[in-house]
Unconditional design. Structure first.
Length: 189
């Protein structure tokens, strides 16, 4: 028997993509991202603004429970911390705070720490109110830019920082109105 020393050619199996095919796919992906990307980023911004409004509403509900127990809202110095720690807990508490602590029945938030706004900043708090009419505490987020007193601040009252609050209730949340209607001077874009 005679063996052939000649090797038979097998058909080559082509694996992978050509450079042209890869460039076409990349061009299509870039086109899709350029069309869809800005919309997704805008949705994220709106979602963060709505999250901040929701947290402000959560603070307002907790402050109402606090006021029922203590007969007043925390002052500006006590701030939102009074929702998670008893007034007068720190050294050198004043007599006003010590009187409040006897009826304090908190914490008034489910978590034992104050949440930050969606942009990583602390919420602002003022009581008695300086910018709104009425007797509700003022709560705000510095908004997407993280700077105080700008147009994108998210406020618990209407009328902005000029003190010209709209409405008789000083712009505070009412149970029959949604937070999306009342908490922001930021125009949803």
């Amino acid at each position: 028997m005679h063996r052939s020393t000649r090797q038979t050619k097998r058909p080559s199996l082509r694996h992978g993509f050509t450079l042209t095919e890869l460039l076409i796919v990349m061009a299509i992906l870039v086109l899709l991202v350029s069309m869809v990307g800005p919309r997704l980023l805008g949705s994220k911004k709106k979602a963060d603004i709505n999250a901040a409004k929701t947290q402000i509403g959560m603070f307002q509900a907790a402050l109402e429970r606090y006021a029922i127990d203590v007969n007043t809202f925390p002052n500006t110095e006590e701030g939102l911390d009074a929702l998670v720690s008893e007034p007068g807990d720190s050294e050198g508490g004043d007599s006003e705070s010590e009187g409040r602590s006897s009826s304090w029945d908190g914490p008034y938030l489910k978590q034992n720490t104050l949440p930050l706004d969606p942009w990583g900043n602390s919420y602002g708090y003022e009581f008695p109110p300086k910018h709104s009419k009425g007797d509700q505490p003022e709560i705000w987020s510095f908004g997407p830019d993280g700077e105080d007193d700008t147009d994108d601040d998210i406020l618990s009252w209407t009328g902005g920082r000029d003190g010209e609050a709209d409405g008789e209730d000083g712009g505070s949340f009412d149970d029959d109105r949604s937070s999306a209607e009342t908490t922001s001077t930021f125009g949803d874009e």
